[in-house]
Design a protein around this ligand. Structure first.
Ligand code: UT7
Length: 318
């Protein structure tokens, strides 16, 4: 047996994102259900979100975000040999999104698989990509978080309809002399699997909001701290904290316990809503585009959601 050449580290080489053009405000929602702008902003932190029309698929959004990440990385499609899409809202189970997106981007015959770890999916996929690069299984990996939650939301259920949204974010991962993606800390709580679920194929996404809220605000900050510790990074060295954009109150509760006062906290939820596996790469890519974070800074990512699942790691911003 021969062991392939391995890379000392993996790093993010480029980021990209895409949001549907259609903006839905809280007042828009209040026209069709018993809710209001004040409740949504104070309980969840969302002012508006993007919702894709029927004509725009999850794969469409993933392809645009992936193409932008590829352009930002400076690589050509031929240089990518693995594509991973993190998603939990495909319209159908077969085919997977990864092979479709790869084909549309002109990436020739890459390894292609989807990851379903719900809102933690991007962090799981990023860790898998980094391991593939470091182990010699792939040279360059396109990792995409893409969701069309609007097609799994009951638009008469105010407890979920006001929260979830559509979008995509992507990162290209490649080899590096120095590590740019820290060790992942990941785990799950299958005893709480009922807390966020689509019960069968004829159903919509339902959530026990308070169960998930309590879990997220009491059990995840040690995961965030452990991800820093395993990367050898003190929270005071972080340039950014980019948690899953689930609820602004959850984001701020975890940020307080993290004690990284100097770090920019991602609050993308205000204008993007909760886009599950897309929320972390979408937020980070938009922060970089707006100049809120700089290339070379360290960002702590922390995904959490249905399963229940969670995963976090420190990354160097490309
Ligand atoms: O992304 C995956 C991970 N998911 C999460 O992290 C979600 C975690 N959970 C949450 O973010 C919050 O629990 C929610 C935003 C889902 C709900 O907020 P909450 O503060 O926990 O509200 P609640 O469910 O306890 O409801 C409080 C009240 C209820 O009325 P009563 O029974 O007190 O009269 C609800 O019926 O608010 C009512 N309510 C609403 N009112 C206006 C629930 N949804 C709405 C609404 N507009 N959209």
């Amino acid at each position: 047996m021969k062991i392939p050449d391995v890379a000392p580290g993996g790093r993010i080489l480029g980021l990209g994102h895409y949001q549907p053009a259609n903006i839905v405000t809280n007042d828009d929602l209040a026209k069709n259900m018993d809710t209001n702008d004040e409740w949504i902003q104070s309980r969840v932190g969302i002012k508006e979100r993007r919702v894709a029309p029927d004509s725009e698929s999850l794969e469409d959004m993933a392809t645009i975000a992936g193409g932008k990440a590829l352009a930002a990385s400076g690589l050509s499609p031929e240089e990518v040999d693995l594509v991973i899409v993190a998603t939990c809202t495909l319209e159908t189970q077969i085919p997977n999104a990864s092979a479709v997106v790869a084909h549309r981007l002109g990436i020739k015959a890459p390894g292609a698989f989807d990851v379903n770890a719900a809102c933690a999916g991007f962090c799981y996929a990023l860790a898998t990509a980094s391991a593939a690069v470091r182990g010699g299984a792939a040279r360059h990996v396109l990792v995409i978080g893409a969701e069309k939650l609007s097609q799994w939301v009951d638009w008469t259920d105010r407890s979920t309809a006001v929260i979830f949204a559509d979008g995509a974010g992507a990162a290209v991962v490649g080899p590096s002399e120095t590590p740019g993606i820290g060790p992942v800390v990941w785990g799950s709580a299958g005893d709480k699997s009922e807390a966020i679920a689509i019960k069968d194929r004829d159903n919509f996404l339902r959530q026990e909001g308070q169960t998930v809220f309590r879990w997220a605000t009491t059990t995840l900050h040690p995961v965030a701290l452990e991800a820093c510790e395993r990367a050898g990074v003190d929270p005071s060295e972080l340039a950014a904290f980019v948690p899953h954009q689930a609820n602004l109150r959850i984001i701020e509760a975890i940020a307080r316990k993290l004690g990284a006062d100097q770090a920019v906290i991602a609050r993308d939820i205000v204008h993007a809503g909760n886009t599950s596996a897309a929320s972390i790469p979408l937020a980070l890519s938009r922060m970089l585009e707006r100049g809120e974070v700089r290339s070379g800074g360290l960002a702590l990512l922390l995904g959490f959601g249905a399963g229940l699942t969670y995963a976090g790691q420190v990354v160097e911003i490309p």
